[in-house]
Design a protein around this ligand. Structure first.
Ligand code: OGA
Ligand code: ZN
Length: 382
């Protein structure tokens, strides 16, 4: 249906049956067309009140749904269906919300707020105990994660269970091939750069997964070593600036999937991802970037004549001090951030100078948005 479906004013109670649907006068005086399949499929009785799932099965309708009569009564469209003993009643306000050709309003589809190196003082900070006790604080925390992609949870108890409890406020732990939880510590025999005291270049985590985990949690349990400062930047801010300054290179990075890997004795993870991710609106949603896990580019060599300069120009821009927040994580803080948007890293540290331990895990972005909607919105089933 197009906006042309909205036509001239019609008398308030007349609905018109057409060969394929019904034209309905809306509360604003205009007329909108609704397809008969759509109306029949979405009769309020199609939905089970208890499970809130659709129980009507349109695949088993013996003939195309057709209205035998249709009229507006008491703020609702009433349709008697031909060939079946069924009447449907649709509130006009509800119909009006589907008359315009736009997706259903989504409270979690919030505009992203890009941030820069000076953002640290303004980062959303949420005390662990408040999140445990106050759903409004949880909603504010999730909102910060949707809008800014990052927030700090403070005053975390110094035990493993604190992270379990925190993730539960957003959803479930999303395991990766490392398992449910991970600990960033120096290992005697490291299989991963994170498990050394070396610097970790700016990256997003586990790019070699088909779908890298959405939300990352890093609960700092100890950080008394020399060095090891945290580096965080907003990939959306960088990519938006790059789109303006280097549009053709932006196109290459948002359209070309490059290979990522993570390999050791008993695993060989591989995926292809675009460095810049766009959302359904064509806006920058985030990044996938990791020099230590980018595989050897198996793209045509002539294509690399254009791709590599774009990749490097973007990689250099990511390191521009204009974007990178640099700070020290403190024991008792948990950094929570969108792993598809926030690019992070750490400076090298001196493992002999003290203790450094981060306990971490991931959760899913879709489930986080679901929890946010459930906290803030009115369900049509309530
Ligand atoms: C990682 C990581 C950050 C740090 O393990 O992937 O980014 O500060 N660690 O050690
Ligand atoms: Zn990381």
């Amino acid at each position: 249906m197009t906006s042309a479906a909205l036509a001239t004013p019609v008398p308030a109670n007349s609905a018109r049956i057409t060969p394929t649907g019904v034209c309905v006068p809306l509360p604003d005086g205009r007329e909108a067309y609704f397809n008969a399949y759509w109306l029949r499929d979405n009769c309020p009785t199609s939905f089970d009140r208890q499970t809130r799932e659709r129980v009507f099965d349109i695949f088993h309708a013996s003939a195309a749904p057709r209205a035998a009569s249709a009229h507006v009564h008491d703020g609702a469209l009433e349709v008697v269906w031909a060939g079946e003993n069924h009447t449907s009643r649709y509130p006009l306000d509800w119909l009006a919300s589907y008359a315009a050709p736009k997706p259903r309003h989504d409270p979690a589809d919030l505009p992203r707020h890009a941030w820069y190196a000076d953002h640290f003082a303004d980062l959303g900070r949420f005390a662990f105990a408040d999140l445990m006790n106050d759903p409004a604080r949880v909603a504010a925390w999730l909102r910060a994660l949707i809008v800014e992609g990052m927030a700090i949870v403070t005053d975390m108890p110094d035990n493993d269970d604190a992270l379990v409890q925190l993730v539960a406020k957003m959803g479930h732990v999303r395991p990766t091939f490392f398992g449910q939880y991970f600990d960033v510590l120096t290992h005697a025999v490291p299989t991963n750069l994170a498990y050394t005291a070396k610097a970790l270049e700016l990256h997003t985590d586990t790019p070699a997964e088909d779908l890298a985990p959405g939300i990352q949690f890093l609960h700092c349990r100890a950080n008394t070593t020399t060095g090891g400062e945290s580096l965080f930047l907003d990939g959306v801010a960088v990519a938006n600036d790059f789109r303006v300054s280097n549009p053709e290179q932006f196109r290459l990075l948002s359209e070309t999937a490059i290979p990522f890997y993570c390999e050791h004795d008993d695993y060989d993870m591989r995926s292809r991802q675009t460095v810049i991710e766009l959302d359904a609106h064509g806006e920058v949603a985030g990044l996938t970037i990791s020099q230590h896990m980018a595989d050897v580019f198996d793209l045509p060599q002539q294509f690399l004549d254009a791709y590599y300069p774009a990749f490097c120009a973007f990689g250099r821009l990511l390191q521009d001090p204009k974007y990178v927040m640099r700070f020290r994580m403190n024991a008792g803080e948990c950094l929570v951030f969108d792993n598809h948007r926030v690019v992070h890293g750490r400076a090298a540290y001196d493992a002999a100078s003290g203790a450094r331990h981060l306990h971490g895990c991931y959760a899913d972005r879709g489930e986080m948005r679901s929890r946010y909607r459930a906290l803030v919105s009115e369900s049509r089933f309530k």
